[in-house]
Design a protein around this ligand. Structure first.
Ligand code: IVH
Length: 728
């Protein structure tokens, strides 16, 4: 890898193929090659108004920032998303930048936020716990690199960087005397924090004694966080007991740590990564940060395995981009990357500002939480009659896409979240995950805003009553003639996993159904160009496309046809078992429930549901109309490959040269194997391509599951055996 002209790349907004040469600090993952993905960057928006209005604006910003600081640090109940908070800080800093005489030492832009609360006793930090300056994009990171180089003068070119994940938790200072854990303190305002010793003592990954090589006094700083699994479990418990959900792992880590009853902290499964040395007496002298971390690790402190020493800014950029794109493969949340100068003498030379060291910078990822207006809550009716409430939002760009709607799941979820039309809400979209309304911003709720009530009437023209059965979470429309249910069934019939009818979008189905052209899925096959010509936005080409797609769907395999019928409990796996055993829809229809239940992998619930479905006249009638339209009932795709992987589970992670992701999974299944999405003790092997998921790889290593490269995978497919020596 050479040193590329980074600035030129930035100017063209295309950062391509910068690989960071990754030497793992501690035994961990092998070096990873980076992709070429690029993400939009967020830039601050600085207003330019009159001086007096600027002064007023600054005062408002300062008092808002102070209020949000208290909510965040003292009450652990923030009202705004981090990104919005950062935007306020940056706006205030921009005004102060233009009017340096307005800067006061107590401005929130100058101080580390947070104040020690009265609940816990105060601990004065012997050395201040500082904050970090932020870089919101690669240009700002480059500017920091330039400042570092300038500050170091002649030695600038010798600078080495250490890149660390910016763990989204809360800073902690741990004190050890004669090798024993004696005190833990939060950051507080940076000078005085809170004594949370009893709480931190319950955290497993915090070492309680350090063995014979410990110095007489040792202060270690790090981040307490809540792993995602613990967060999900906690929110499941909250939901089951009808309590409000925690907004994100960081807030719940803060709330869990600051419990008066430390046993509650102990039940929350918090964890810690250490990243810095504080005060020491009797410790070795270190020349660089890496050495320090390695030593801390030898004493038993948890050091994050993704920390990398890097020698040039291009590699630092690549590290930042890599983790921006792969952050969701971790088992905990990160909100950026911290870049630190490695050499401690150089750090001394650069020094600190009133708030943050000049030798480190936090590269912040684009936000995954934003606030927006909840315009309405509507209810959609699914093919089984389930009434699902969903949020109609003022469209907001978050987590890489614009979100305008988001499911609210069911009545209880709306109540637990207490969101009301007219509220400002926090919307979260993390990676590929479905966007979610996290909760309301209560301080912004208009006075007297009424609570939302689940409708009692189906929104469809039949306007039947919606019912919620005792003990069930879902509310349903139980009217079999409900046209909304009928439309949803037709949409499902044509969907990708079923008959896969391209061009049959939801809007097309609604139009066809409103005009009375279709009453069920079988009617699709009677559509003619004439009938379609009256549809809105339907020209000749669209009509031809749709008719061709409908015609093509007649040849779909039996598995897809069975799924498309939408029989309760009958998913693709069960449909595949039926197709393999019976070979045609007629044979399935003819089989009594007992025979259906005799099929491998089929239980009585599915068998009876299938029997019941075919026993109903309306369904029989539709099946017969499908038959007369020419839909094939007997297309069974059998694999003629040797079943080399029967009973074996092979997990694929990262991209392979000779297979697409789906292709690799199909190759495994075609040989009788399974290709689950996660690694367990039962996994036969993990196939690792380029840019593998870190958690899968780590899990495979932890569990001793063989790891194969692509050649090993091909060997496994052909022979069913692992290569002699699996490359680790
Ligand atoms: S170093 C003087 N390293 O980010 C430098 N901080 O926004 C002290 N954080 O207060 C911080 N991961 O709570 C450092 N690998 C990491 C970090 C990290 C998370 C937090 C920490 C800090 C805040 C600054």
């Amino acid at each position: 890898m050479g040193t590329r002209p980074i600035r030129r790349q930035l100017a063209s907004a295309q950062i391509v193929e910068i690989a960071f040469e990754a030497r793992p600090l501690l035994p961990s993952l092998a070096a990873q090659r980076l992709g070429t993905e690029n993400q939009p960057v967020i830039l601050g928006d600085v207003s330019t108004s009159e001086v007096s209005t600027q002064r007023q604006r600054l005062d408002i910003l300062r008092s808002e920032l102070r209020r949000h600081n208290d909510l965040y640090y003292l009450d652990s109940t923030p009202e705004i998303a981090d990104a919005d908070y950062d935007a306020l800080v940056r706006e205030a800093a921009a005004i102060e930048g233009a009017h340096p005489d307005w800067i006061t030492p107590d401005s929130p832009t100058q101080k580390v936020s947070g104040t020690a609360s009265a609940t816990f006793s105060a601990v004065a930090h012997r050395a201040p716990m500082m904050s970090l300056d932020n870089a919101m994009d690669l240009n700002e990171l480059q500017a920091w690199g330039d400042r570092v180089a300038r500050g170091l003068g002649l030695f600038g070119s010798d600078a080495r960087y250490v890149c660390e994940l910016k763990i989204d938790g809360l800073a902690i200072s741990l004190r050890y005397e004669n090798g024993y854990f004696v005190q833990a303190a939060t950051r507080g305002d940076g000078k005085v924090g809170e004594d949370v010793t009893a709480n931190v003592a319950t955290i497993d990954t915090v070492p309680k004694s350090l063995g014979p090589h410990a110095p007489s006094v040792l202060e270690v700083r790090g981040e307490i966080y809540m792993p995602l699994a613990a967060f999900d479990e906690l929110n499941k418990r909250q939901s089951a007991s009808g309590n409000r959900l925690y907004v994100n792992p960081r807030n719940s880590a803060a709330g869990s740590l600051r419990q008066k009853d430390a046993t509650i902290t102990g039940s929350r499964q918090l964890a810690m990564w250490s990243y810095q040395l504080g005060e020491t007496v009797g410790a070795p002298e270190f020349a660089d940060h890496l050495e320090t971390l390695t030593w801390l690790s030898s004493l038993g402190f948890p050091i994050n395995p993704e920390i990398r020493p890097l020698t040039d800014l291009a590699s630092v950029f690549a590290y930042c981009q890599h983790w921006q794109n792969h952050r969701h493969e971790l088992e905990y949340e990160i909100d950026g990357v911290v870049v630190k100068l490695d050499q401690l003498a150089m750090r001394e030379q650069l020094g600190v500002t009133s708030k943050a060291p000049k030798w480190a910078i936090a590269f912040k990822f684009p936000p995954e939480e934003k606030t927006t207006k909840l315009n309405d809550i509507l209810v959609s009716i699914g093919r089984t009659g389930r009434a699902t409430p969903f949020a109609v939002l003022e469209p907001v760009f978050v987590g890489g896409s614009t979100v305008g709607m988001s499911t609210l799941h069911n009545q209880d979820q709306v109540r637990i979240k207490d969101v009301r039309p007219g509220d400002t809400v926090i919307v979260r979209k993390a990676g590929d995950v479905i966007p979610e309304v996290v909760g309301p911003v209560l301080s912004e709720r208009p006075a007297g805003l009424p609570e939302w009530h689940f409708p009692t009437i189906c929104p469809c023209p039949v306007a039947s009553t919606l019912v919620r059965m005792e003990g069930e979470a879902d509310t349903r429309c139980v009217e079999s003639t409900c046209p909304f249910q009928r439309d949803a069934r037709i949409i499902y019939f044509g969907s990708r996993g079923a008959m896969d009818i391209e061009f049959l979008g939801e809007q097309t189905v609604y139009q066809l159904s409103e005009k009375g052209l279709i009453n069920d899925a079988a009617d699709l096959y009677s559509l003619t160009a004439d009938m379609l010509s009256g549809l809105e936005k339907y020209g000749e080409i669209s009509i031809m496309n749709l008719l061709t797609a409908i015609e093509a769907s007649k040849q779909r395999p039996l598995v897809k046809l069975m799924v498309a019928l939408g029989i309760k409990h009958l998913g693709p796996a069960a449909a595949e078992s039926f197709a393999d055993t019976f070979g045609s829809l007629d044979a399935v229809m003819a089989a009594p429930a007992e025979a259906l239940a005799g099929v491998d992998g089929i239980g009585m619930v599915i068998a009876e549901s299938v029997s019941r479905w075919f026993a109903q006249d309306v369904n029989r009638d539709m099946v017969e109309r499908l038959r007369s339209a020419g839909v094939r009932f007997d297309v069974v795709e059998r694999s003629n490959l040797a079943p080399t992987l029967l009973g074996k589970a092979v997990v694929v992670t990262g991209s392979l040269e000779g297979f697409s992701r789906e292709g690799a999974e199909e190759a495994i299944k075609a040989r009788g194997g399974k290709s689950p999405g996660s690694v367990s003790k039962k996994t036969t092997a993990v196939v690792v391509g380029n840019e593998p998921g870190a958690s899968k790889l780590t899990k495979a290593q932890d569990l001793g599951v063989p790891i194969l490269d692509e050649a090993g995978f091909v060997h496994l497919l052909e022979t069913g055996a692992l290569p002699e020596i699996a490359p680790q």
